[in-house]
Each structure stands twice: as C-alpha cells, then as structure tokens.
Design a protein around this ligand. Sequence first.
Ligand SMILES: Cc1ncc(C[n+]2csc(CCOP(=O)(O)OP(=O)(O)O)c2C)c(N)n1
Length: 334
Amino acid sequence: MCAKPVTKKTPSSIKKYDKELLNHFYDVMSKIRFFEQNIQEKFLAGVIPGFVHVYIGEEATGTGIMSNLTKKDYIQTTHRGHGHTIAKGADPKRMMAEIFGKKAGFCKGKGGSMHIADFSVGMLGANGIVGGGYTLATGSALANKMMGKKEIAVVFFGDGASNRGTFHEAANMAAAWKLPVLFVCENNQWASTTPYRTTTSVEDIADRAQGYGMPGVIVDGNDVFAVYEAAKGLIENIRKGEGPALLECKTYRIGGHFVGDPEMYRTKEEVQKVFTENDPITRFETRVLAEKVMSQAELDEIKSNARKIIEEAVDFAMQAPEPDPAELYQDLYV
Ligand SMILES: Cc1ncc(C[n+]2csc(CCOP(=O)(O)OP(=O)(O)O)c2C)c(N)n1
C-alpha cells in the first residue's frame, strides 16, 4: 500500500526558471486561450460543424505537464483536448482545419474536434468516449516497455471520467506491471452539469492511487509552476522504471460543458469569481511581473505573436477546401 497522496505546493520562488521555459509557458497558454476563443466565436456563428468543448481556464495543467515531455512521449486526451494537442506541439493550422471539417485537417476533416490525432508529436488521439483513453495509454506504455524505450505515456481525464471502470482496470494493470504511465486527472469540478462532489466517493481523486499501490499527488492546476514541478518529479520516477503515478490537478471549467451550453446548473457569479481570482494566465502574468523574471513588453510580444499564429490558423481553415465526397469511405479501417 502506498502512502496518502501529497499536495505539491507552488515553488517559493520562480527566479531559478530559465527564460526559455517561462516564454514557453506563456506562449503555449496564450495560444490555447486564443485558439479556444476563436473556436467559440466561429462555432456560435455557425461556421464549425458538430460539437465543441473548450479548455478555457485549464491551460496551466496541459502546459505544465507537456513541458516535461518530448515529442516521442505519448499522450491520450479527451473530448476537451485542443489545449493538450497544442501543448504537445501539433500544428494549429491543421487542428483548426480538422475542427472546421476541412480536408487539410489531421484526419482529413472526418474526425472533428473530438477526434484529432497527430502521431508525429506523440499525440495518439482525443476521444469522444469519456474514459476511453486509459487503456489505450496503458497499452502504449506496455509497448514502450516491451521495446525497451524510455518514453512514457500520459493520459488526461476529467473528474467525471475518474468514475469509469476503465480507470480502475487500467490503473491496476499499469501498477501490477510497473508500466510507464502518468494518469492525470483534471478535476475541473464539473462533469457536464454535475458537480463532482455529488458523484464521487472520495474527497480527492488522487486518494484512489493508494488502492493501486501507486503514488498520488494533488496540485493547484491553475498554477503552471506547481503543475510543472509536480509532474516533473513523478515523470522522473516513471522514466526510472518505478511504475505509474496519479496526478490530480484541481482546476475549474470556466466555459460551459460545450459551446452554447445555457449553464442552468450554476450561477454566472460563480464563474466570474474564478475568472477574476484564479485565471491561470492572469496568475502567471501577475507572478512573473512581481518577481521581475519577465517584463510587460516581453509578455505583450509573446501574446501578440500567439494571437497572430491562431488568427492565421483560422484564415487557413476558412479558406481550406472541403473534403471530396468520393473519399467518404476511405481511411475507415487501417
Ligand atoms: C462513455 C461516455 N459516457 C457519457 C458520455 C457523455 N459525456 C460527454 S462529456 C461528459 C462529462 C465528462 O466529464 P469529465 O470527465 O469531468 O470531463 P470534463 O467535460 O469536465 O472535461 C459526458 C457524461 C460520453 N461521451 N461517453
């Protein structure tokens, strides 16, 4: 039996961070925010087909974790996976084209928002099936172990998904076979319209790590520095062959469950309070300026470059050709 989960605190100082990593954190979080804001706007204008779930408010978790990975490490993400995919290094133009249903998209426009994959950066797939990623990530970690590779697999899931049986099956197998997997629960407090406390038997989802004999860590998911450091420690141990771990990032879903959600189940004041007091991007800006590790001019330059890249991705997707109907039945089986 492993010990109770520990809560990893924010570093007392960020002066030791090198400039490149600070710039990277801000660049990735800004790109994710602009990407999602553009998606919201275009979806509500009726330009994007299907259904979209945005990652606004959760940018620090994906960014902090992915900053510890290489392109050869694998990730599996969810229906809310645009942010993870950007943070893993996928091209925003091809992502945007996929979401717009265009031929230039990662899946030739046939997958859409919930089914983007880019194997070239180790992004094995988003998944419309809640809890669909655990066993795939565990399988890819098993493959890596059998082939003697040092790369790991990371699977992202929500608080709602933590109650699926697939979590328990994959966690047990990963722990029993000491597979190189990091289970990352992004506890954004909501599963669709349901607050997690009404459906979940434990106070902290990280408590479940003990049941499988793996380390569990809890971290403030809106603090990119805390997430980065918590993930770093766990990933170092996973790479050494010590087996899987569970990281619970406490965050908040600032957007509705899906774009267009009337959000009858919570108040506007609740969401506004989080946005005002706990937005991960504002918190980053406030901290780097207070500790004088970045200047306002540097932040402005990174932000305007990120905005330009995302606007170019939108233009690319708007102008990209539609898929040819004759290709409808191609690529269904591989
Ligand atoms: C197996 C399965 N059950 C139900 C759904 C419908 N559904 C889509 S998202 C969602 C809520 C997921 O909540 P959570 O795992 O906390 O992720 P979040 O949306 O908060 O990121 C549900 C129930 C589904 N897609 N797949």
